[in-house]
Design a protein around this ligand. Sequence first.
Ligand SMILES: [Zn+2]
Length: 221
Amino acid sequence: MCAMSTARLQRSLTRCSAKLSVQLVGRVVIRFVYIFPRFGVGLTLMMNRRDFLKWSLAGGTVLAGARSWAQSQPAERRLKLFNTHTGEQLAATFWANGQYQEGELVAIDRLLRDHRSGDVFTIDRRLYDILYALQQRLDARGTYEVISGYRSPATNKMLRRHGNGVARNSLHTHGQAIDVRLTGVALADLRHAALGLRAGGVGNYPGSNFIHLDTGRVRAW
Ligand SMILES: [Zn+2]
C-alpha cells in the first residue's frame, strides 16, 4: 500500500466537527472529532465553567471558525450504485455520524460480489471513499454503474484463460478494485478527476466505456 496515496486521500476526506454542550453537572464539554477514512479519532476536553469562560474569551473566535467550517462539511458520504450484470441498484449512506455504517457497507459489498460465483468479499473501504471523493470533486449526483467489483480467484483465472486481459494477481481478487462509469459525467472527466485524486491506480478503457479504480499504488494506464 502506498502511504502517500493514503495520506492524500485522508487529506481530501478529513472532516472536523466541533460540538459544544453545557452539561447539567456544571461542566462544559467541548468535543472535537477528526474523522479519517478508516478510523475516527476523538478528543474530549472537559473543564469547569469558570475556566471555560476564560478560555472561550481567548479562543472563542477559533471555536466559532471551527464550528462554521465543520457545518460546511457534508455530514454523510453517500453513493448510488448499479450493477450492470445483475441489475441490482442501491443508494447507501456508508458513512454518517462520524463513522462507517457497517450495515450499508455490507449491502454495497453484496452488490459488488462476483456475479459469476456469487462470492461476496469485504471490499477495501478506501475504494468507497475514492468513489465518494470523485463525485464530490465533480459535483456529480449520478449513479456509479459497476462493470466489475470483486472477482474470485477462480473467476479471475477463467477470465485469463479466455484472454480477457486480466492481471494474474488482479486487485479485483483482493477487493481493492472496481470498474465503473458515472452517469451524467463523461468518462474522460471521470478519469481526469481520478488521476487528480492520486489515491491509487487508474486504468482507462474507453472502448468498453469504463475506468478501473483501485487502492493500490498510484499509477495509470
Ligand atoms: Zn479493473
